[in-house]
Design a protein around this ligand. Structure first.
Ligand SMILES: *Cc1c(COP(=O)(O)O)cnc(C)c1O
Length: 230
C-alpha cells in the first residue's frame, strides 16, 4: 500500500490531491469488479481553512463532511446559493440539544447512534422540520470511548429507526479502531447493511479508503489526504 500521509507543507495542492484521490477511488472500484456510479468522495473540511476548501469547490467538489454543528454552520453559512448541488454531511457525534440545528444545516446525518437522538430528530420531523437522510453509526470495534451502536444491537436499532422514528434511513457508517486492520470492520459493516436491506456504506478515510471501496463503500470520508494536515 502506498503511504497516504498528508503533506504538512504549505505546497500541498488540494485540487491535485482531489484528482488523485478520485482516480484511486475509481481504480479501486474497477479492480474489485464494481460497476456503475463510483463511490462518492466526501471531502472532510473540518478544521481546514477556507483557503484550502474554496479551490476544491471551484474544482467541482460538492459533498463535504463536517464533525461539529457550530463550526460547520460558521463555515457554510450563505454558501449554498453560491455552489448549486452542495451537500453537507455531519460525520461527528451529535448531541440531542443540537438536533434541530443539525437538521436545518445538513443534508445527511451519518452519526445517528442512539434512541434519545433518533427521538429528538423524529420529534422535530413531526413538527415539520425536514429530516436529513440518516446513517446509523456502528461501533464495529466495540470501543467504549467511541460513538456508534454496537454490532449486536444494530439490527434492533435500525428497525426502530424505521418503524418508531420513521427517519429517512439510507445506510451505515463506521470508524474502525485506529490500531487494527480496517478490512474486517468494513466487512462487518457491509454484512449488517446487507441483512437489513441498506444500500449505503460510509466507510474509509485518508489511510484506508481504497480498502473500504473494495469492501463496498458507497462513500469515503477523506480529510487530511485531500486538504493537507489539520
Ligand atoms: C476527521 C474524520 C475523517 C477524515 O479523516 P482523515 O484521516 O483526515 O481522512 C473521516 N471520518 C470522520 C468521522 C472524521 O471525524
Amino acid at each position: 500500500m502506498t503511504p497516504q500521509t498528508a503533506s504538512p507543507t504549505a505546497d500541498h495542492d488540494p485540487v491535485a490531491a482531489r484528482a488523485g484521490i478520485l482516480d484511486r477511488i475509481a481504480a479501486a472500484a474497477k479492480s474489485s469488479g464494481r460497476e456503475g456510479t463510483p463511490p462518492t468522495l466526501v471531502a472532510v473540511s473540518k478544521q481546514q481553512p477556507w483557503s484550502r476548501v474554496k479551490p476544491v469547490l471551484e474544482a467541482g467538489q460538492r459533498v463535504f463532511g463536517e464533525n461539529r454543528v457550530q463550526e460547520a454552520s460558521e463555515r457554510w453559512q450563505g454558501q449554498r446559493d453560491l455552489w448549486p448541488g452542495l451537500e453537507l454531511r455531519l460525520i461527528g457525534p451529535l448531541q440531542s440539544n443540537k438536533a434541530r440545528a443539525a437538521m436545518e444545516l445538513f443534508d445527511v446525518l451519518e452519526s445517528v447512534d442512539r434512541d434519545s437522538l433518533a427521538r429528538a430528530l423524529a420529534d422535530f420531523q413531526q413538527k415539520g422540520v425536514k429530516a436529513p437522510r440518516v446513517f446509523v453509526q456502528v461501533n464495529t470495534g466495540e470501543e467504549p470511548q467511541k460513538a456508534g451502536v454496537w454490532p449486536k444491537e444494530a439490527d434492533a436499532f435500525i428497525a426502530r429507526i424505521r418503524s418508531d422514528y420513521q427517519l429517512p434511513l439510507e445506510g451505515l457508517m463506521c470508524i474502525p479502531p485506529a490500531e487494527e486492520p480496517a478490512g474486517p470492520h468494513f466487512a462487518l459493516l457491509a454484512r449488517i447493511a446487507a441483512r437489513n436491506g441498506l444500500g449505503k456504506l460510509s466507510m474509509g478515510m485518508s489511510g484506508d479508503f481504497e480498502i473500504a471501496v473494495r469492501f463496498g463503500a458507497t462513500s469515503v470520508r477523506v480529510g487530511a489526504a485531500l486538504f493537507g494536515a489539520r
